[in-house]
Design a protein around this ligand. Structure first.
Ligand code: MOS
Length: 731
């Protein structure tokens, strides 16, 4: 088959949905206003552990406009059946208003439904609840783990450590972080008999559909979820959280469409977060920096009712470096808190901080350049599985990064460089993220006017799914980008996997390409079998399509347009179904990167300012370079937050999150974000998927926090092992 010309893929397109977004025409979940919509406001628990002993809703119900106050004493019992294909976790999910128990501060204990948002808010403030409460356990540092640890071992790490000439032991503590996407979590629920329509902020329309089907005991086919635009999510709109069930319940109980928007404060306990960890690393090496052993002992917070254990937090310790002896224990510590969830670069970004800090500590101990140390431990294959790497261009990331960043000019001695009152330091870290892939489906339709519509029920939480899928489809169909429309975010569309884990480009992209390839082949077959076509009798393999015109690949003059072909054949349109299922892989597939940071630390005040940052990434083929840069720059900004600012603080006396707002939970603002640059090393990964991509959105966050932490050490000579690194830790 003649390869299709690639014009759109690889071009630095602006977002095809950009105009809709900046002109306010893009409708987010809370923008939907079905006729007769009323408003729901959640009443959350002020106790963190115990049970409800009294509820007085009289004052709330007496307010004008209030339709109903629902709580565990008057709510119907819901089936809450199993939901096996979901993102639910081991344990028992929170069942809203099904009992009077309180498991964490902020747990939903009632919902007020009223004609206006203001009436619902005011009435919610009037609901009186009495608790019989106990002191909660919320502090990871002194709470016991539950159950047996998850373990991994190869070789004999203890013996190898004993006989290693160099041994280091450190404990790192990355803090709890909240995703804090710009768009608040919102659901609009409307019942029509036993059918339910949901406009929801979600990364996966299938997720709320299946959860509500299970919770209400109705067929999934009765539920339609619509979510065309998502204003950021970072992992937190993947699971169907309790408020979605509350919205549907409130709509059913009042017989009205209900809009429920969590407040910024409520998202700190209404949805998930990146859990805090204690991560103890011991490593042994020879005098030349070759690792002999590593042990990783992790304690991670989870809720009392569900066990959240992310695999990504242990895999880097098993395969990132040549390490003959590895031992890991991963313990979860149930606390009286709500359940954690994946947050951008889940697991990997947490693990990269201790591992990449420890490598920096070892480099310093041995007087070896940090990049050279990593090169000396670069494995030939994946030591956790013995499999070859599909592609691993990490050495190239180091080389390109060192050159572009000017690493060679670095004086390795800590606290050796000053700029007035500022101590200047540079640091680097390695990044990696699993190349995840999942099956999907898409529909493709080409109309006789030469325009195409592709649909798949994926999502676009910000990375630019609309744009990248349009690019893939345009090239596979041989159409200009302006003649291609891609739609997503509706359970009525062909099923797509979760929009997360950086799997969308590989999975949905390959699906879209498959459907478009099939449609193009249909058109070509139609032409070569049509006596009136200039392409009649030509070998189908010799035909390509470009600009909506089919022609012989080495003779562009001989051909005709889709429009001519379809019109002459009395065809209003052609249709095809795309699908892709990843094959069994023989290889270890990861995206990689090397992140470089320069910081300035005020020698007297301990303030840290990131001065510049560079990321060099091996993410396979880059479909959409402009959006890739948006991903990289956004992730580096998020990494600055993780390194220096973000910390969800709990008052352990009462389990209350004390900074549940964007004034006290610090995120980077423009003044915190310097020049950020990303470079992508060239090359596709043909084993990963037909597009040759490895996923980008997660790996770009992973090494940022340790690169900054290592730069802070280089600037100051102070090693800070707790995130975020605050001024207090440096003075
Ligand atoms: Mo990503 S944390 O899987 O949305």
């Amino acid at each position: 088959m003649s390869p299709q010309p690639q014009a759109a893929v690889g071009a630095p397109l602006s977002r095809v949905d950009g105009r809709l977004k900046v002109t306010g025409q893009a409708k987010y979940a809370a923008d939907h206003e079905p006729d007769g919509v009323v408003h729901a406001v959640v009443v959350d628990s002020s106790a963190a552990l115990g049970r409800i002993t009294g509820i007085d809703t009289g004052a709330a119900e007496a307010q004008p406009g209030v339709l109903k106050v629902i709580h565990h004493r008057n709510a119907p019992r819901l089936p809450y059946g199993p939901n096996p294909g979901s993102l639910n976790l081991p344990g028992e999910r929170l069942r809203v208003f099904q009992d009077g128990l309180v498991r964490f501060h902020g747990q939903p204990v009632a919902v007020v439904v009223a004609g206006t948002l203001e009436a619902a808010q005011h009435a919610a403030s009037l609901v009186e609840i009495e608790y019989d409460s106990e002191r909660p356990t919320t502090d990871l540092t002194d709470a016991p783990a539950a159950g047996e640890p998850r373990t991994y071992a190869r070789g004999d790490a203890e013996a190898a450590l004993q006989s290693s000439p160099v041994r280091l032991e450190m404990t790192y503590r990355p803090a709890r972080n909240h995703h804090n996407a710009m768009e608040l979590h919102a659901t609009v629920a409307q019942w029509d008999g036993d059918r339910l329509t949901l406009w929801d902020k979600t990364q996966w329309v299938q997720s709320p559909r299946d959860e509500l089907a299970a919770n209400f005991g109705i067929p999934a086919e009765n539920i339609r979820v619509i979510s065309p635009f998502v204003g950021g999510a970072f992992g937190n709109a993947a699971r169907a959280w309790p408020h979605i069930t509350i919205a549907a319940l409130a709509a059913r109980e009042t017989g009205r469409p209900v809009k429920l928007v969590l407040t910024r404060r409520q998202l700190y306990f209404g949805v998930g977060y990146r859990p805090a960890y204690e991560y103890k690393v011991r490593l042994g090496s020879d005098r030349r920096g070759r690792l002999t052993a590593m042990t990783h002992d992790l304690r991670a917070e989870t809720s009392s009712y569900e066990t959240f254990a992310e695999r990504g937090v242990v895999s880097p310790g098993q395969m990132l470096y040549t390490t003959p002896n590895v031992s890991q224990t991963h313990r979860t510590v149930p606390l009286d808190v709500n359940t954690p969830t994946p947050m951008r670069g889940p697991g990997y970004s947490t693990a990269a901080f201790p591992i990449e800090s420890a490598m920096d500590e070892l480099a310093h101990e041995l007087g070896i350049d940090p990049i050279e140390l990593r090169r000396r431990n670069e494995p030939d294959n994946d030591q956790s599985s013995g499999r070859p790497f599909s592609t691993r261009r990490l050495r190239e990331c180091y080389t390109v990064g060192a050159r572009e960043f000017g690493w060679g000019r670095r004086n390795p001695r800590p606290r050796s460089t000053r700029d007035g009152d500022w101590l200047i330091g540079t640091g680097m870290a390695t990044a990696l993220y699993d190349t995840l892939r999942a099956p999907g489906r898409a529909s493709v339709r080409l109309d006789a006017d030469g325009t195409a519509l592709i649909e798949s029920s994926t999502s676009d939480m910000g990375p630019g799914t609309y744009t990248s899928m349009t690019q893939v489809a345009a090239d596979a169909l041989g159409l200009a980008v302006r003649n291609v429309t891609f739609r997503l975010g509706d359970t009525n569309m062909p099923t797509a996997p979760l929009h997360g884990g950086s799997l969308t480009m590989a999975s949905v992209g390959s699906t879209v390409q498959d459907g478009c390839d099939k449609l193009r082949q249909q058109a070509i077959q139609l032409a070569v079998g049509d006596e009136d076509s200039p392409l009649y009798g030509i070998d189908a393999d010799d035909i390509v399509v470009r600009g909506g015109r089919l022609h012989v690949s080495n003779n562009p003059a001989r051909g005709e347009t889709y429009r001519q072909l379809l019109t002459r054949n009395d065809r209003t349109h052609l249709e095809a179904d795309g699908s892709w299922t990843p094959g069994q892989s023989r290889s270890s597939m990861y995206a990689y990167g090397a992140v470089f940071a320069e910081v300035a630390v005020d020698a007297r005040l301990g303030l840290v300012r990131v001065r510049r940052m560079l990321g060099v990434f091996d993410a396979g083929r880059i479909i959409s370079p402009k959006l890739a840069d948006s991903q990289a720059i956004g992730a580096m900004t998020g990494g600055i937050g993780m390194a220096l600012l973000e910390h969800t603080v709990t008052d352990h006396r009462d389990g209350r999150i004390v900074n549940a707002n964007l004034a006290d939970y610090l995120v980077p603002v423009n003044a915190d974000v310097p020049e950020l640059k990303a470079i992508y090393v060239d090359g596709r990964d043909d084993e990963a998927d037909p597009l040759g991509v490895k996923g980008l959105g997660e790996v770009v966050l992973v090494g940022v926090a340790p690169a900054i932490a290592n730069a802070v050490f280089h600037a100051t000579g102070r090693r800070v092992r707790d995130l975020p690194i605050t001024a207090e830790a440096l003075i």
